[in-house]
Design a protein around this ligand. Structure first.
Ligand code: PEP
Ligand code: MG
Length: 753
């Protein structure tokens, strides 16, 4: 086998190109491909296996194996070396095939005499369509260059298959074909809300009829021009103020710009063009590799980066194929975006023109999910196989509350959801009308309702929802959607704008809560066996005081003499709070010495998120200016149930008396110390939970803006004294949870729960 350097693979591709251009049926073309690859690579065998369906591979052409095995030999994905390659989407080479784990002898082929084996996946945009195999009689070692050359050929075969080059009179179909019939896809809710519409595939399948470059120089130039045009557009967007309503998302675009200039990425694109591929296929090749890594990556930071690169490759392809036409142009007004993954920038491009988003990948903490929540676009993530099951234009219903996607639903399903959508629309209108009313119960107790926020785009909700300020501003979100560490000026500017937008209402800034599920793109991630119990939040802040101090200084500068309220996350013992508070107060003095005004008033509080703190010394409760219960984490630690783990996250009820008793103890401790108390976990935004929290003594709740209306409605309809009686009666009757009693009451008077 000659060394398959870039020049070598170019020669092979050119020969393939000539062969493909000649007339002939699909089968003849496939036969030509295996013949050419075998002779060019000086191998006795070259075979192509293509997928018949999701799980079955079929030998479709061979040079060297028995011809009568073609279209007769079938393998399951995962079975034998070929099946393993299809399953893992990874190349496999061995000089001793028979003794390689997984080897399965196929007697029909007569392959027993071939000792060496190398196979690569035939894949397009991360979807495996088949396997290309080369075998040699003698034991030999295949070099990386040889494997790389085979991958390039496999890429071309995939493109040809997609363009229908191998369709013959026998109707051999290599793609999955058009799906019909209803399909329910179960994913995870990343942004609530329900929407009905038609599928808009984010990556309409590009058909490249000419995957092999006629002239490498031309392709190099085309790639260069497309990259320059793409970068230029991103620059103009940022510099030219073209962001318009998206201005608060400037940071996202900054991160994006950085990736668009990534040297390693560019080098891989150029190398793919050098190997003889057309510019489009070169981009797809690099994109396939990114996606294969994405499948394997468990590190959330790495996955985010790979998503951004995937997103950029999509953009680049659009420039190459359509000269950068607007991605969202011509979208029907009821479009629902379906994609494997989407970057925050691409989502912004579509915002306002789509009703919902469904992603095969993605996570709750992904950048796109953060943006979707801020813009109130329903989103379901981890919707397995959805891009394969959906056809463009299919009817679709997205249930962002339940994390479900109904593809081509039955008319009865559509009708049920339409009813729900109408009811929600009506309810929203009512809630808006009630936004100015206080959340006062029938027995005259006042509960202050505030909103949770994290990026600037959240703040317009302050007015619409009638929230009484921001009870939790998760500062890390702003960090998470950036590609690099924001400097002091940038941070101060941001905090200042948040205070401006709040217009005098209090904003509780929470200092960086990183670690566990929250990953900063620019911070090296420490591998930890149990990240939720690991080095996170205040622990990182106190161990890395430089970063913490910088944030404190930015907050003080951003306040510029205005009132400032700050809390520290995940305090597990009193000393951590004292240390954080001392550090903060020292910075106030230091900055004052430098001429920066002290905050008009300064309130420093703590988040109670670990059960240990419920039993902390009195002095802690007396020292803190306020306490805010982070119910999400407190629940996870109280029940030892990971909040990120779908299997256990919903297993225990917040309304279990055991948890309510723990919370009641917090209320008592704060009352004894005269310390204001609030609750800012997700439970605060669920009407029945909010009512129970008010009943045990919470007078301040902070929640998603969309929850404020429903919570206000329930509180105004309830009397807290009666609620306590109902809960106690249930407890005496032996109930584990207060839920049944409270839900029964609410339903009885027709409340939306
Ligand atoms: C919580 O833990 O309840 C909380 C509000 O913080 P986060 O969800 O950001 O961890
Ligand atoms: Mg928390």
């Amino acid at each position: 086998m000659p060394t398959a350097d870039k020049g070598g693979s170019r020669v092979l591709l050119r020969t393939l190109r000539a062969a493909m251009a000649s007339p002939g049926e699909g089968q003849q073309r496939l036969d030509k491909v295996v013949y050419l690859v075998a002779s060019n690579m000086v191998a006795e065998v070259c075979s192509i296996y293509l997928k018949r369906d999701e799980r079955t591979l079929e030998l479709c052409a061979t040079e060297g194996l028995r011809k009568d095995a073609v279209h007769r030999v079938r393998l399951r994905v995962g079975q034998g070396l070929v099946g393993r390659i299809a399953e893992s989407a990874q190349p496999l080479a061995t000089a001793d095939a028979q003794n390689t784990p997984g080897f399965r002898y196929l007697p029909e082929t007569g392959e027993e005499i071939y000792q060496s084996f190398v196979g690569v996946p035939i894949q397009r945009l991360g979807e495996v369509m088949g396997v290309l195999v080369v075998q040699n009689r003698t034991a030999r070692h295949y070099t990386d260059d040889e494997i790389e050359a085979l991958e390039v050929v496999a890429m071309v075969i995939a493109e040809m298959a997609e363009a229908g080059a191998f369709l013959g009179s026998d109707g051999m179909v290599t793609g999955p074909g058009r799906r019909i019939g209803p399909v329910l896809v179960i994913g995870t809710s990343a942004s609530e809300g329900i929407a009905e519409g038609v599928v808009h595939l984010h990556e309409p399948r590009l058909v490249v009829f000419d995957p092999i470059a006629e002239n490498t120089e031309t392709e190099r130039r085309r790639l260069g021009e497309a990259v320059a045009a793409m970068r230029g557009d991103i620059d103009r967007l940022i510099e030219g103020g073209g962001l318009g309503a998206a201005a608060p998302h400037r940071d996202i675009f900054e991160a994006y710009r950085m990736f668009a200039h990534d040297k390693g990425w560019m080098k891989r694109l150029e190398e793919a063009v050098e190997s003889g591929l057309s510019a489009e296929v070169a981009v797809e090749k690099v994109q396939s590799a990114v996606r294969a890594r994405m499948e394997r990556a468990t590190d959330p930071y790495l996955r985010e980066r790979l998503h951004d690169l995937d997103d950029l490759a999509n953009r680049l392809l659009r420039y190459l194929v359509t000269d950068g036409a607007d991605a969202a142009e011509g979208l029907p007004e009821n479009a629902i975006l379906v994609a494997r993954s989407i970057g925050p920038a691409e989502l912004m491009d579509h915002a306002g023109r789509i009703r919902a988003v469904v992603l095969e990948e993605g996570s709750l903490s992904s950048h796109a999910a953060i943006v979707a929540r801020a813009l109130n676009i329903p989103m379901v993530v981890q919707a397995e196989r959805v891009t394969r099951d959906a056809n463009a234009g299919d009817p679709i219903v997205v249930d962002g509350d339940g994390g479900r996607v109904h593809l081509r639903p039955e008319p009865t399903v559509i009708a049920a959801f339409r009813e729900k959508i109408d009811l929600e629309r009506e309810a929203r209108a009512h809630y808006r009308a009630e936004a100015g009313q206080p959340a006062t119960t029938r027995d005259g107790m006042n509960v202050r309702l505030r909103m949770n926020a994290g990026i600037l785009a959240d703040l317009p909700s302050l007015r619409q929802s009638g929230a009484d300020g921001v009870g939790l501003f998760r500062t890390e979100l702003q960090f998470m959607i950036r590609g690099r560490m924001p400097g002091r000026e940038v941070q101060a500017g941001l905090y200042s704008r948040v205070l401006d937008a709040a217009g005098g209402r209090e904003v509780v800034f929470r200092t960086l809560d990183i670690g566990s599920d929250k990953v900063l793109p620019f911070m090296r991630r420490e591998e930890e066996p149990n990240p939720a119990l690991g080095w996170r939040a205040i622990r990182v802040a106190l161990d890395r005081p430089r970063l913490f101090r910088m944030q404190i200084q930015s907050l003080i500068r951003g306040a510029a003499g205005r009132s400032l309220t700050v809390m520290f996350p995940m305090i597990a013992e009193a000393d951590e709070f004292y240390a954080a508070r001392d550090l903060f107060l020292a910075e106030v003095e230091r900055l004052a010495d430098l001429g920066h005004p002290r905050p008009g008033t300064l309130r420093l509080g703590l988040m109670l998120e670990t059960p240990s703190l419920v039993f902390a010394p009195d002095r802690l409760f007396e020292t803190a200016d306020f306490v805010s219960v982070g119910g999400n984490d407190l629940m996870q630690f109280f029940y030892a149930a990971d909040r990120e783990n779908e299997r256990v996250r919903g297993r225990y009820d917040v309304l279990n008396f055991s948890f309510l008793d723990l919370l009641a103890r917090v209320v008592a401790r704060c009352e004894a110390a005269g310390t204001p108390l609030s609750f800012c976990g997700e439970a605060a935004g669920r009407p029945i939970e909010a009512l129970a929290l008010a009943a045990i003594g919470f007078r301040e709740l902070s929640m998603r803006p969309a929850s404020i209306g429903p919570v206000r409605r329930v509180l105004r309809a309830a009397a807290l004294g009666e609620t306590v009686e109902r809960m106690e009666a249930a407890r005496r009757a032996g109930a584990v949870s207060a839920r049944g009693a409270l839900t029964g009451w609410a339903r009885g008077i027709d409340l939306p729960v």
